[in-house]
Design a protein around this ligand. Structure first.
Ligand code: NAD
Ligand code: MG
Length: 386
């Protein structure tokens, strides 16, 4: 029986890596549905190659182009929230959640409520919805498989052990392009410098998050909700080589780590074949040629985003939702040249300080807090620019 696949965000960095693996193993996988934001050409090409049945484009103005590019195939072109939910919860039994940002929340919830296996790359959705998402997975018998390399590493290191035997989780972080940059130079950082990640090739938003260490902050919150450990038992360790993808310390002092070359196809393949494994073309790890691995403490002075994210997790309530929404707006404004790099963290901190909202009790609440925060942070940015 072939695994039936849907990919939400099929034209992005994670989406194309997922397609690459699927197209190398056509005997194992059948592509049912693919979605994209605006890239009708990339979506149509992928749908043609994989003989997908449904292609959904979020940007309605690109539907006609998508239809034209799919002419003569059996693939239906569609747009809109309903079509996106159909892609996530229809015929497919395995769903890659690789939309960037909170825009991916509603389809992820649709997939979980339909009891699907969801491979989660879209960390913003989980940070924003928190326990509402993991509870939905439990209630509907859905499976949530972590794709983020750190969480996938931890998931692998936890296999076959009792949760009570875990003492802490250690998330590694490359430190990003500004690991050794002075505070003054970080302040003057351009979007080009911020997206130039030393070890990984990724979408623009997560690349900026990696440069500010907000990515690790989001991952701290992601780890809390995925694995159920309290914040004080989840640590962050800078490891510039990105070879050790994360570690689990057990009560007897044993530490288990997962290692590999920095290629997202490895964690994606683990989720695709789970509970089995499948071959990947990822470069094999050559430890002798790497020679030595380095580790250091994160510098919370130069990278306040990590401290702010930890505070948001400890604070709880709506704070993680606000953190994520404020960061999405701030990062987009930084990429658009409206604000400086260090303003990202200060805007996020201000948004959390102004928070009055209690804990969201439904996904509708989460979306409401998300929208209100976006509006408030946009106003703060407007005010600064005038
Ligand atoms: P990307 O920007 O390369 O791709 C994003 C995808 O989402 C594209 O297909 C785009 O068309 C689609 N999209 C964007 N906005 C949308 C909207 N409003 N509605 C519907 N679709 C929309 O991003 P990426 O690097 O592939 O990252 C995707 C997710 O995976 C992010 O949450 C990121 O944090 C996470 N992630 C990525 C990596 C990586 O190596 N790239 C690693 C770990 C986690
Ligand atoms: Mg990661």
């Amino acid at each position: 029986m072939k695994r039936k696949i849907a990919i939400l965000g099929a034209t992005g960095s994670i989406g194309t890596s997922t397609l690459d693996l699927i197209e190398r193993a056509p005997e194992r996988f059948e592509v049912i549905a693919l979605t994209a934001g605006t890239d009708a050409e990339g979506l149509a090409n992928a749908a043609r190659r994989t003989r997908a049945k449904l292609a959904v484009i979020a940007d309605q103005s690109r539907l006609a182009e998508l239809e034209a590019r799919l002419a003569g195939t059996d693939c239906r072109a569609a747009t809109g929230a309903e079509a996106l939910n159909e892609a996530a919860s229809g015929e497919a039994d395995w769903v890659m959640a690789a939309i960037v940002g909170c825009a991916g929340l509603v389809p992820v919830m649709a997939a979980l409520e339909a009891g699907r296996t969801v491979a989660l790359a879209n960390k913003e959705a989980l940070v924003s919805a928190g326990a509402l998402m993991t509870d939905a997975a439990t209630r509907h018998g859905a499976t949530l498989l972590p794709v983020d390399s750190e969480h996938n590493a931890i998931f692998q290191c936890l296999a076959g052990s009792r949760r009570d035997d875990v003492s802490k989780l250690i998330l590694t972080a490359s430190g990003g392009p500004f690991r050794t940059t002075s505070e003054a130079d970080i302040r003057a950082a351009t979007p080009e410098q911020a997206v130039a990640h030393p070890n990984w090739t990724m979408g623009a938003k997560i690349s900026v998050d990696s440069a500010s260490l907000m990515n690790k902050g989001l991952e701290l919150i992601e780890a809390h909700f995925l694995f159920g450990l309290p914040p004080e038992r989840i640590e962050v360790l800078i490891h510039p080589q990105s070879v050790v993808h994360s570690l689990v310390e057990y009560i007897d002092g044993s530490v288990l780590a997962q290692l590999g070359s920095p290629d997202m196809r490895v964690p994606i393949a683990y989720a695709l074949a789970w509970p089995e494994r499948m071959p990947t073309p990822a470069e094999r790890l050559d430890l002798a040629s790497i020679g030595s691995l380095e580790f250091e403490q994160p510098d919370l002075q130069r990278f306040p985003a990590l401290r702010i994210a930890r505070q948001a997790l400890v604070q709880g309530g709506a704070a993680p939702t606000i953190l994520n929404a404020a960061n999405e707006i701030a990062v987009a404004s930084f990429l658009g040249g409206q604000i400086g790099f260090t303003e990202i963290a200060s805007l996020v901190e201000q948004a959390i300080e102004r928070a009055v909202a209690g804990a969201p009790s439904s996904i509708e609440d989460v979306i409401q807090v998300d929208l209100e925060t976006r509006r408030a942070v946009s106003e703060l940015i407007e005010a600064r620019c005038h």
